[in-house]
Design a protein around this ligand. Sequence first.
Ligand code: C2E
Ligand code: CA
Ligand code: CA
Length: 818
Amino acid sequence: MNDLRIRSLRWRLVLASVLVEVVLLGILVLNSHRLIHGALIEQAQARLEEMGPLLNASLAAPLAERDLATLVDLLRESRRERGIHYLVLRDHAGQVVAAAGWDPARPLPAAESHGPRDDDDARYDTTLPIELAGQRYGTLHFGLSLAFLREAESDLLRQSLLIAAAEVTLSVVLLTVIGLWLTRHLARLTEAARRIGRGEFGHPLPVTTGDEVGALTGAFNAMSAEIRDHLRDLAASEERYRRLAGAEQRERARMGALLSAMNIGILFEDEAGDTVYVNPAFARIWRIPEGTALEGTPARDFIRHSPNVLARPDHFSRHLLQVTAASEMSESFEIVLADGRLVSQITFPVRGDGDRIIGRLWIYEDVTRERQTAEQLIYLAERDSLTGLYNRHRFQEELNRMLAAGERRGRRGALLFFDLDEFKYVNDTYGHRAGDSMLIRVAGEAGTLVRRNEVLARLGGDEFAVLVEDADEAEATGLADRIVRAVSKIPFRIEGQNLRLTTSVGIALYPDHGTAAEELVSHADAAMYQAKDAGKNAWRVYRPDLDESRVQVSRMNWRDRIRRALEQDLLRVHFQGVYHARGRGLSHLEALVRMADEHDPTRLVLPGHFISIAEQSGQIIDIDRWVIARCVEVLAAHPDLRAIAVNVSARSFDAPGLAGEIADLLSRGGVEHHRLVVELTETAAVSDLSDAQRFIESLQRSGCEVCLDDFGTGFASFAYLKHLHVDALKIDGMFIRDLPSDRDNQVLVRAISEVARGLRKTTIAEYVEDEETLRMVADMGVDLVQGYHLDVPRADHPALGGRARATARAGAGGPPAP
Ligand code: C2E
Ligand code: CA
Ligand code: CA
């Protein structure tokens, strides 16, 4: 195509030049033809003028003599020689005398007077008077042939045309050659341009001339270099873009995987309010059928694609209006579905460049389970998990409320305490499962006896209490009597045996027997013992006179026993292993104190008998110090043992300086501080949060670890966790003991383990009594386990080896208990 155009350009140039040349040559030829023609006419004229005298001279004499024969000869002669067409001679009378080349019968053409004409006529007709010596003898008519003129003329014209044609041919050849020579650079440029078009950049074209073509070649070279650089830049940026696009794609894939794996439903909405993206969890939560294309549809309409019906659609739309008007993150809004599920919704605007809102993100989460768990936790927090009655915590609240109301309105009230007379025997003989089923029956029976406004609670073990508002003594004793009778009538059949249980009820009246909660409780408790002393299966109203003697005596006795045990070195330490739930290897030991009987040191008294008395009397501080000192000795003697946990009572950490003493003791014994773990009971810690936190912090500063014991027994255990920065939680044994059969406890243990993991705290399960429980707590993510299934507390724990025994005995000053 380019080639054609160039060729046509070249040919046009040649054609134009040839045309110009042809026109000029034509004009030239025409002009010379005209000139030649004129010259020839003139020549004919001259010939006529010179012919006249000659003809006259030759014809005059014969005509005068009338020599016709000569005349005819002469005419014939003249016609032949002179190129004359015809000759007719007439005498003076007009008679034709002689003729040559003319039929005398024919009329003669008229003579022309103005000489030969400048036209195509090949003959010139004229007349000549024939005179001799002034006498006219006749007239000669003759036609002069002009054919020779025309011939000469056309000869000349032919020659001129030939020359012109030669000239034109030469010009064409020359112009073509020049055209070719001129356009050869253009052709080269065309070829180069075509190569560039194919992406082949060769060397720059040589600039050989200084003319326009040279300038064009230079410009072309510059342009091609520019294009090549641009293309190179383009290729580089394309490569960069491809790499970026690759990274973006990978990023997108990762993001996609993350969004797909999430349990939280996500919806992105664009500026126009249309859905841009939803993740699989979104479709799952809203049960939107697979394959439904939400993208591009109005985001607020997604609910139409969901088979779920909102329980409160008006509520939902009102909330939507409210949150979409706001430009901040919304509060979490809970959408209740007709199927009972609960879905939380949060939304916030997505901002792009320059803080411009470019859409909105909606986050949905099915929180049904969490809410159920939370409700369950609240339930567990105030209910006894075995019987479903109120627990000690709720009881305490109700008691305080009753006392406050009583004081305000001057009302009376009663507090009933009861436990099962032979419960310990049943429990020890038939196992705690039998004991538990008994407790459940009793709770059920008592539940039928109390009225709506009365509060029945299980305080722990086999201890129950009833709060009766607005009651006088008669009403209280009436209820007590019904309870005693009802319990005694419950038939139990365990292992083929019929058992009958009895209960003893103690009654304390408000305000007669006390106005403070503790007072009332302890008096109801005392009244219960008065009933037992009276032979059990009975009720008693509190009598201060009986109380004093009994409690006081036994308390005094125990205090003295503890004092003597401290003085006479009758305390012993037993060790129980704490193991890893998964690997089952030993983590550390827990130290548990025992008291040797002063009369029979092989008989050991368990801490349940003396710890609470020692706590009341303050002797616990000395007991705890003694145990800690023993443990530091054991740790020093067993460098391979990772750690020992000691129990420290609330009274002990009330005493200032204990944390410092512990640190000194460890340093003096050359024991790394982290090898001592201090266990505080949760209830003790919670009863005085700030003291507990101070103590915990100073222990941790010195390097000791701190474990919250009996976790889960205190109210709102989770809430307090935030304030108590402990390293470990020991889940109370009452949640673990029956774990495989107790679904409530399973929920709770799982919740504790999850919360603890979230807070990076170690969890320990105590009272692990069988393999099934161990597996279960391990599955729930509990880290460490302790219990009879693994080992029982003993002085000569295998982890202590031979040397430990020597040390423990040396310290204990007596043989270990079986
Ligand atoms: P604790 O700290 O919760 O100790 C665990 C108790 O559960 C121990 O009772 C242990 O013998 C028992 N136990 C361990 N595994 C099982 C099991 O699988 N099933 C059952 N049913 N029980 C198991 P122990 O030795 O009678 O101690 C009772 C409580 O006395 C301790 O509860 C602790 O609060 C307190 N105590 C023990 N030694 C000391 C001490 O040196 N100082 C202080 N302040 N309190 C101590
Ligand atoms: Ca403990
Ligand atoms: Ca415990």
